[in-house]
Write a protein that binds this ligand. Structure first.
Ligand code: FAD
Length: 248
């Protein structure tokens, strides 16, 4: 006899926007209410909905924090679907959230060295890793964070990461890099330059990292991730990845 499987519809909760901070016209930080029984591991994502459209968003807050913090990039119309709707929302407005966080892009403690590579919003899971690691007073690992962006004003967590790196130099090293150093928006930038995938090998050498003692994480732009894998996997590095969208 044939059996039919019925899927129980997912029960969506409403969550309120508690605070919104516009960083640039295309980047915002948003804090939303954490539903009563919502739990997650550092690095996981939640599924949010607006107007019946749902998308995944990694969580930058750590699990112990009261609210869910998000860092979102606008994909302008006509390509973007949910993000133009999110941009219309203000404090007090509601979105839906699925009851469970998901994802396996989480901190893997086996290797002493943790090389975290990101483009712009791809920094989100690493913020959660670091806040959680420090909150738990863990030691014994070193997180080398390499973040790429076109422009310096896209490094939303720059102050936090530089402060943490200064306070915990044995645990955190942060290297932001701009890919368009000669453009006016980057006037005054005196940090690293070049695409993050093009500076990763140089920094592996400078930090004296090897495939025996280092796990690499790559998060954000799919082309960056592909290139990092092409460069590092042949040398024996294990690369964990989280692609924020599909390559065309
Ligand atoms: C596990 C996971 C975690 C994610 N976490 C975040 C996060 O923390 N912050 C965040 O901003 N986004 C994150 N995303 C992407 C997010 O889910 C949406 O895809 C994104 O916000 C765009 O939604 P949209 O509905 O406006 O456009 P979509 O309908 O999703 O995409 C429209 C088109 O734009 C492309 N696209 C999607 N995103 C981008 C982009 N950023 N730049 C250029 N092209 C893009 C898509 O491939 C598609 O062709 C995550 C995705 C995944 C899978």
């Amino acid at each position: 006899m044939a059996t039919s499987k019925h899927r129980t519809p997912v029960k969506l909760a409403d969550t309120k926007i508690l605070r919104r901070e516009d960083i640039t016209p295309e980047l915002l930080l948003m804090w939303i209410e954490k539903p009563h029984d919502f739990t997650f591991k550092a690095g996981q994502y939640c599924t949010l909905g607006v107007g019946g459209i749902e998308r995944a968003y990694s969580i930058s807050s750590a699990p112990h924090e009261l609210d869910i913090e998000l860092f979102v990039e606008l994909v302008p119309p006509p390509d973007g679907n949910i993000t133009p709707l999110i941009w219309e929302l203000n404090e007090g407005d509601t979105l839906t959230i699925r009851p469970r966080a998901k994802g396996i892009f989480t901190f893997k403690p086996k290797m002493q060295n943790q090389l975290l590579v990101a483009t712009v919003t791809g920094i989100v899971p690493y913020i959660s890793f670091l806040r959680d690691y420090l909150y738990r007073c863990q030691t014994g690992h070193h997180f080398y964070v390499l973040q790429g962006a076109s422009y310096q004003d896209e490094f939303t967590y720059l102050d936090e990461l530089q402060t943490l790196a200064n306070e915990h130099p044995e645990i955190i090293t942060y290297v932001p890099t701009v890919s368009r150093p000669s453009e006016r928006q980057n006037d005054g930038w005196d940090g690293e330059t070049g695409r993050v995938n093009n500076i990763v090998e140089k920094h592996i050498d400078a930090f004296n990292l090897s495939s025996e003692n280092t796990i690499v994480y790559a998060c954000g732009h799919p082309e960056m991730i592909e290139d990092v894998k092409d460069k590092l996997v042949p040398g024996g590095f294990k690369v964990d990845e989280e692609r924020f969208w599909k390559q065309d």
